[in-house]
Ligand binder design. Structure first.
Ligand code: S3P
Length: 182
């Protein structure tokens, strides 16, 4: 289905942003509030391979993971009314950026480095891309990645915000946009 055939309201909502910013938690909440299905791309890939992302990186390598990531996202973008959370590295691929921006509403969840670094111990074990790097190297990666996330339809800054409030804000902004532009 082309984006022209799809109304703004029918378009999937895609969450992008760095690892650990809350794409899955906030995406799930938004999906609940809008009575829509939630899809976590990493979880879809993990289901297909029957193992967690860290194991997938070890057994088939990052390149094969990225290829699968592209295929799963492209398939998902051809559906409608879904709330989708992408892995933080997905937007490195131009084809993914293109298909998401063309067919979906892309929301960038932004968080400052200062707030993000407080969360590192919670996520490091399940994020192969962070493992073996110093904190300075992770900060460098964090800063480098901001460019790829600048390709979005809307940015939501989440520093010092409660996740319920962020989700409510997103839902009301979406409803406003749907009413204005339909
Ligand atoms: C990655 C982010 C992860 C996962 C994989 C690679 C990245 O997803 O896709 O570990 O390169 O930023 P989250 O952003 O959900 O942690």
């Amino acid at each position: 289905m082309s984006s022209q055939e799809m109304s703004l309201k029918e378009r999937n909502i895609v969450f992008i942003g760095f690892m650990g910013v809350g794409k899955t938690t906030i995406g799930e909440l938004v999906a609940k509030k809008l009575y829509r299905d939630f899809i976590d791309i990493d979880a879809e890939i993990e289901k297909e391979y029957g193992m967690p992302v860290t194991e997938i990186f070890k057994s088939i390598g990052e390149k094969a993971f990225r290829e699968k990531e592209k295929n799963v996202i492209t398939d998902m973008c051809n559906k409608k009314l879904k709330i989708i959370s992408l892995g933080g590295g997905a937007f490195l691929q131009e084809e993914i950026r293109k298909v998401c921006l063309e067919k979906c509403m892309v929301l960038f969840l932004d968080l400052s480095w200062e707030s993000w670094k407080e969360r590192i111990s919670l996520i490091i074990d399940s994020r192969p891309v962070l493992q073996g790097r110093t904190i300075e190297q992770i900060e460098e990666l964090f800063n480098e990645r901001q460019e790829i996330y600048s390709h979005h339809h809307s940015k939501i800054t989440t520093d010092h915000q409660d996740i319920e409030e962020v989700a409510d804000y997103i839902v009301s902004s979406l409803k406003l946009a749907w009413n204005l532009y339909e």
